[in-house]
Write a protein that binds this ligand. Structure first.
Ligand code: B1M
Length: 214
């Protein structure tokens, strides 16, 4: 039964039917299906199919965009259920997708998981240049700058973030976390960022460690 609902969510997402995705997510929650399973086996599974089809030129930007909107709506519905329960204020993160890059689903997931850990997250949105990350980190006295990138052509803005943080004299006060499909630990080491994490949950765990030492 739960497999059928999860498959339905995946299919509706691929069809970009946002209201139906929201309805199916609510339905799955009511049936007692774990929020993480809904995320991974429903929403993310559907987006993976779209990603493969996109790569093979079987679907194009408009279809992907509509699916992405349905994904974000589904994630929003799950948001209260993915949080860790009672959470207290634990630190501040400035997050964004780097300059030239409009992919925001992964970044939104990271934000949500971090909020679930009690971190205050300032979301700068997409297409964020190094200077904006630094200005926001200063303004909000942030503990962490978190950068997401999905394109090989945009990821190098992360190197600029590290450089600009050093130039601004805040490098010893702020940790720089990076992630997104093209990012690797090797790249993280190369540019001198503090942490690469492969997924949103690990990003939230590492952010909490940085902020609280826990
Ligand atoms: Co684009 N796109 N896209 N796209 N798109 C990819 C990324 C691509 C791999 C597709 C492909 O060819 N197979 C490819 C990149 C190739 C490359 O550079 N190597 C690509 C391309 C080429 C493009 C365009 C250039 C296409 C064009 O116009 N010709 C264009 C670029 C626009 C731009 O940004 N300037 C483009 C546009 C778009 C849409 C706008 C249509 C849409 C984005 C909508 C949106 O985000 N609101 C879109 C989408 C949806 C995708 C795919 C299909 C799905 C991405 C996604 O959301 N995945 C993607 C193919 C794919 O990934 N299979 C593709 C789900 C999401 C949860 O995963 O973001 O990876 P992800 O996040 C993961 C981890 O990476 C990690 O946590 C998440 C999981 O827990 N993570 C972090 C992410 N950020 C993190 C930060 C952290 C830690 C972990 O710490 C700070």
């Amino acid at each position: 039964m739960s497999k059928a609902i999860l498959n339905e969510i995946s299919t509706l997402l691929q069809q970009g039917r946002a209201p139906k995705v929201v309805e199916a997510v609510k339905n799955a929650l009511e049936q007692g299906i774990q929020p993480r399973d809904i995320l991974e086996e429903g929403l993310l599974a559907g987006m993976n199919v779209i990603g493969e089809k996109f790569k093979n030129n079987e679907v194009f930007v408009p279809e992907v965009l509509i699916a992405a909107r349905a994904m974000n709506r589904g994630i929003n519905e799950l948001k209260p259920h993915l949080a860790d329960g009672d959470v207290e204020e634990r630190g501040t993160v400035v997050i964004g997708t780097v300059k030239g890059d409009l992919h925001d689903i992964g970044k939104n997931l990271v934000r949500m998981m971090m909020e679930g850990k009690g971190l205050t997250v300032i979301d700068l949105g997409t297409d964020v240049d190094a200077e904006r990350y630094i200005a926001a980190a200063r303004e909000h006295d942030a503990d962490i700058i978190a950068c997401s990138a999905l394109l090989t052509t945009t990821m190098d803005e992360m190197r600029r973030v590290v450089e600009k943080a050093t130039e601004a004299g805040i490098r010893d006060k702020v940790k720089i976390m990076i992630g997104g499909a093209p990012i690797t630990q090797q790249y993280c080491d190369q540019i001198g960022a503090d942490a690469y994490t492969p997924d949103a949950s690990t990003a939230a765990e590492v952010a909490l460690e940085f902020c609280t030492g826990a």
